[in-house]
Design a protein around this ligand. Structure first.
Ligand SMILES: Cc1cc2nc3c(=O)[nH]c(=O)nc-3n(C[C@H](O)[C@H](O)[C@H](O)COP(=O)(O)OP(=O)(O)OC[C@H]3O[C@@H](n4cnc5c(N)ncnc54)[C@H](O)[C@@H]3O)c2cc1C
Length: 512
């Protein structure tokens, strides 16, 4: 339905005003905002995959769906018309419409894995190297601005811990991120390791087909069961209200409720914990050991809370097709998993729903004026720019609210910044600490007492640092950012602007 931009054959780099890395929900959103707010800007979206969608194209395990509602995970500018929790297929169809309606397809270059990006302060531009995954060829692009929408994890493989005895297991070991489409589940005994959103999605969606599925967890996760419907949206639809209004009203209502909930999770965590557990208890069979299997060790919202649409996970448990085991793995054995308790969980298939492998800025090797950038040595400006790294913004969404809310906010911010630079006649912008901030303590990207999932903890040492001042951190606070970002003074002493010294030869940009 969408045609990709024709692949380059030229050895000479192609130049674009803006290069967007990634054709996921952030990258497609970035392209929309550029086209909408800065018509005439030349841009290219580059992606290593062979299709748009990012997360929603990579993950193909049974039942794959969002765990946040699409009124807020959907774009601000494109009404969502379906059920709040959506399958990957529906999210892809929605993104496909955005691409089609805005003629973005011709700006996308698939099967191009970006490996290197080097900034030259004289020319004020990035030179980007990409490997074509279809031909093996190396190609180069130059760009004035890098809009990094590459997400936050490696798409080619998920995270699987090494357990002793894995080679002894006679069945199949699969990771949801690289789900084999030809795997036969019928009448098989399946053990799913993990209890995050992926496990909670997979377990109910295969429960009817398999002989039995066990969710094996070391420690429990918070779940909220609820109807996959939105009463307000349904009422407004019945009243024939314009879909744009419905989108905006439902979005505001959900954001308001989400904000209240997040506030309470921090101000009265014990009460919120008990409410969450009460909902889970009500969904499970009488006498079920909720304390052992569904009571997390951490306080609510320190990790994502998995929404269980229509309580499907609990229905599987009621039906006796699914069960939960809370224990630790001692080792894999020929016919399954030996647990620390001494029990053997028999399995034909073991699914390692153990999460993803976080990476920083797409594993691209960055240099600035010949010097290699280690992002762990930088300080982040509002979780989007980095000290010493010019003309680059990373779209990193929210943990406790829908990712796309931030993609839209940063879309506005980047366009405002680019317009400002044009008006000032400058070609380079970099954020730097003020003199009094230089000596302030630099702490890891995220406070583990605030948010601490395993993937983030494993990668924290690779991520940029933050300071105590919210200006130098990713606050994870949509309500705050929605007010603050549009008002940021782009001439404050945080921003350092420069004019280009030498103009490098530029090829004619692709018409936008
Ligand atoms: C299974 C799953 C479910 C999730 N559900 C939700 C949810 O319900 N709500 C929510 O808010 N968040 C959710 N998330 C988080 C989710 O990743 C984001 O919400 C969002 O989809 C990220 O979009 P993105 O475009 O920023 O990144 P991605 O979707 O990760 O897309 C990035 C794209 O960049 C490309 N890329 C990366 N590096 C390079 C490179 N070097 N060269 C070329 N291309 C590159 C990748 O191929 C990919 O296509 C979920 C994550 C997972 C894994």
């Amino acid at each position: 339905m969408t045609t990709a931009a024709s692949a380059p054959t030229a050895t000479k780099p192609e130049h674009f005003d803006v290069l967007i890395v990634g054709a996921g929900i952030s990258g497609i959103g970035a392209a929309y905002h550029l086209k909408d707010q800065m018509p005439g800007t030349s841009f290219l979206i580059v992606d290593a995959l062979d299709h748009y969608g990012g997360t929603w194209w990579t993950h193909k395990y049974p039942g794959i769906r969002s765990d946040s509602d699409l009124y807020t995970f959907g774009y601000r500018f494109k009404p969502w018309m379906g059920e709040p929790i959506a399958t990957a297929e529906k999210i892809l169809a929605y993104m496909g419409e955005v691409i089609e309606e805005n003629d973005l397809g011709r700006h996308i270059r698939y099967k191009h894995k970006i490996t290197d990006a080097s900034w030259d302060s004289d020319a004020c531009r990035w030179t980007v190297e990409a490997r074509r995954l279809d031909t093996g060829e190396t190609v180069h692009f130059t760009t004035n601005f890098l809009w990094m929408c590459q997400g936050y994890y490696r798409h080619d493989k998920g995270y699987t811990p090494e357990w002793p005895g894995m080679a002894d297991f006679k069945g199949d070991i699969v990771h949801p991120q690289t789900w084999p489409q030809d795997i036969v589940l019928k009448d098989k005994k399946v053990v799913v390791i993990g209890s995050g959103a992926t496990a909670a999605t997979l377990v109910p969606s295969i429960a009817n087909e398999v002989a039995h599925v066990t969710m094996l967890q070391r420690s429990p996760t918070y779940f909220t069961p609820g109807r996959n419907a939105d009463d307000l949206a349904d009422t407004l639809r019945a009243l024939d209200v314009d879909p744009k209004w419905i989108h905006e009203i439902v979005r505001r209502q959900r954001l308001h409720m989400g904000n209240l909930f997040t506030g309470r999770a921090f101000s009265e965590p014990e009460a919120v914990k008990q409410e969450l557990l009460a909902m889970v208890r009500a969904s499970l069979p009488e006498g079920y050991d909720v304390e052992k299997h569904f009571t997390p060790k951490y306080l609510p919202w320190r990790q994502r809370i998995a929404f269980v649409p229509d309580g499907d996970l609990f229905k599987g448990i009621h039906a006796g097709k699914a069960s939960v085991v809370t224990d630790e793995i001692d080792r894999f054995v020929e016919n399954g998993i030996l647990l620390k308790s001494g029990e053997v969980l028999e399995a034909d298939i073991i699914v390692t729903a153990t999460g993803f492998d976080m990476c920083v800025l797409g594993d691209i090797a960055f240099t600035v004026d010949g010097k290699r950038v280690d992002f762990a040595d930088t300080v982040t400006w509002r979780g989007m720019m980095f000290t010493g790294v010019p003309n680059l913004v990373w779209v990193f969404g929210y943990f406790r609210a829908s990712w796309t809310l931030r993609a839209d906010l940063l879309g506005d911010f980047v366009c405002r910044l680019l317009k400002h630079m044009k008006a000032k006649g400058v070609s380079k912008v970099v954020t730097e600490l003020r003199p009094h901030e230089q000596s302030q303590e630099r702490v890891p990207w995220m406070d583990p007492d605030n948010f601490n999932p395993g993937y983030l903890m494993r990668a924290m040492h690779l991520l940029p640092k933050r300071l105590a001042d919210p200006e130098w951190q990713h606050t994870q606070d949509y309500m705050r950012e929605k007010e603050e970002l549009p008002k940021i003074d782009l001439d404050s002493d945080v921003f350092h602007y420069t004019k280009a010294k030498a103009a490098a030869p530029v090829r004619e940009p692709t018409p936008a």
